[in-house]
Design a protein around this ligand. Structure first.
Ligand code: HEM
Length: 400
């Protein structure tokens, strides 16, 4: 039986064959759920896109995770923006929208380049490293710390906590997920005190000084926004980089094509890596009324889950969808979602990815994966937990 809640289903990345089977035989598949009512799994591009946009019929409340929140996951009336519907969500999104536009993101580009260069400096002489921990994970941790006005070191620790939060409950020690959320909140409370005493030119200070619905943000709302930014911007970008480099190593012809003109070809390559690796596996919605999708009759209150990685391999939208084609154009993937919740950080994410890949690929050569990569035990976020690589320093006599 197909079970999209079993971490083993995603143990080696996106299950391309299984997605193909679902799209062909049961594009609106009823997946059972231990201790829950079950959910509808969508695997076709058009269905995912339509549901993501129709927030009147498919609500992001009470949560976008398949499991409903227990009492420990509730914060009174406060909610994360990701789990609100417009117009409330629009009001919260507006608070930081200007910080994430293409031009605001590009203004950070020089800084991103310097961070990428510092990160690669630390590993380049070793000629071997864990690409996920030593390179891919460093970038989003540093960037989030920079954005929020925290010491870079703290960004790293907060990112470690997000990994625990995203892991399947059975894959971490009992209670570890809850403890990680508490640690994150405790940190945010200290940050509020710090930024009130010493305001800075950063998103934390901006959020603390902003108003929503005609009143200042409450501490809980600040905490939830903070958690969302760290959570959404951390392991997504890291996983793209980890699975992206792995995909390059597994497709040497494509890798060679990219290296033929790294600067010119990187933008198209990065979009294809986003499509091919789709770091966010799913987002859930809840039906607000009875509605039909394909042959399925969805009842009010039913969970409807959009599988982005499956949509991104729909042959009705992509030629040879299971092939990595770095020159693919057009490439209208939905790795960043769509509709009102479309990834707020997508422009920044693209620049982070480009900064790391161009630094890594212009300074390392003969990159090879050592052993089998270990995959994250998650049904929500896809990427290798670790990826050991060996490489040479580009420009050295023994360069390959
Ligand atoms: C490769 C990297 C990334 C991927 C694949 C990704 C993917 C996504 C996806 C799929 C969504 C949900 C969209 C939907 O429901 O339709 C989302 C939302 C979001 N992302 Fe990203 N993301 C990435 C990086 C980032 C970064 C770097 C940031 C910020 C620093 C960020 C901030 C957010 C926020 C705040 C939301 C919620 C938006 C809302 O609820 O209105 N993301 N992202």
């Amino acid at each position: 039986m197909i079970d999209l809640l079993d971490a083993a289903t995603f143990a080696n990345g996106h299950p391309a064959q299984l997605y193909a089977q679902l799209r062909a035989e049961a594009p609106v598949y009823r997946n059972p759920e231990r201790g829950g009512p079950g959910f509808w799994a969508l695997t076709r591009y058009d269905d995912v896109r339509a549901v993501d946009r129709d927030f009147h019929t498919f609500s992001s409340e009470p949560t976008i995770m398949i499991a409903d929140p227990g009492p420990e996951g509730m914060f009174g009336d406060a909610q994360m923006m990701l789990m609100m519907d417009p117009p409330r969500q629009t009001a919260f999104r507006k608070l930081l929208r200007a910080e994430f536009t293409t031009s605001a993101s590009e203004a950070r580009n020089g800084r991103l380049g310097r961070l990428a260069s510092e990160i690669v400096d630390k590993v380049i002489d070793r000629e071997e490293c864990d690409f996920v921990a030593d390179v891919a994970g460093e970038m989003p941790s540093y960037v989030i710390a920079d954005l929020m006005g925290l010491p870079l070191e703290d960004g790293r620790e907060l990112y470690r906590l997000t990994e625990t939060i995203h892991s399947a409950p059975e894959a971490v020690a009992p209670g570890a997920g809850g403890e990680a959320v508490s640690a994150m909140f405790a940190y945010a409370m200290r940050l509020i005190a710090e930024k009130r005493a010493r305001p800075g030119d950063d998103l934390s200070t901006k959020l603390l000084n902003s108003e929503v619905e005609g009143r200042p943000l409450t501490e809980t709302e600040f905490l939830l926004y903070f958690l969302l930014l760290i959570d959404a911007g951390g392991d997504t970008t890291r996983n793209l980089l980890g699975s992206g480099l792995l995909a390059l190593c597994r497709h040497p012809d494509q890798f060679a094509w990219l290296m033929g003109d790294l600067t010119q070809r990187l933008p198209a390559a990065r979009e294809e890596l986003l499509r091919f690796t789709s770091p966010v596996i799913y987002m859930r919605r809840t039906a607000t009324r009875d509605v039909g999708i394909a042959d399925a009759e969805i009842a009010e209150g039913d969970k409807v889950v959009m599988y982005f990685g499956a949509a991104n391999r729909d042959p009705d939208h992509f030629d040879r969808p299971d092939e990595l084609d770095l020159s693919r154009s057009p490439n209208e993937h939905i790795a960043f979602g769509g509709g009102p919740h479309v990834c707020l950080g997508q422009h920044l994410a693209r620049l982070e990815i480009d900064a790391v890949l161009s630094e890594v690929l212009s300074r390392m050569s003969a990159i090879e994966v050592v052993g089998e990569p270990e995959w994250l035990p998650s049904t929500f976020i896809s990427g290798p937990r670790s990826l050991r690589i060996r490489f040479r320093v580009r420009g050295n006599a023994q360069e390959g």
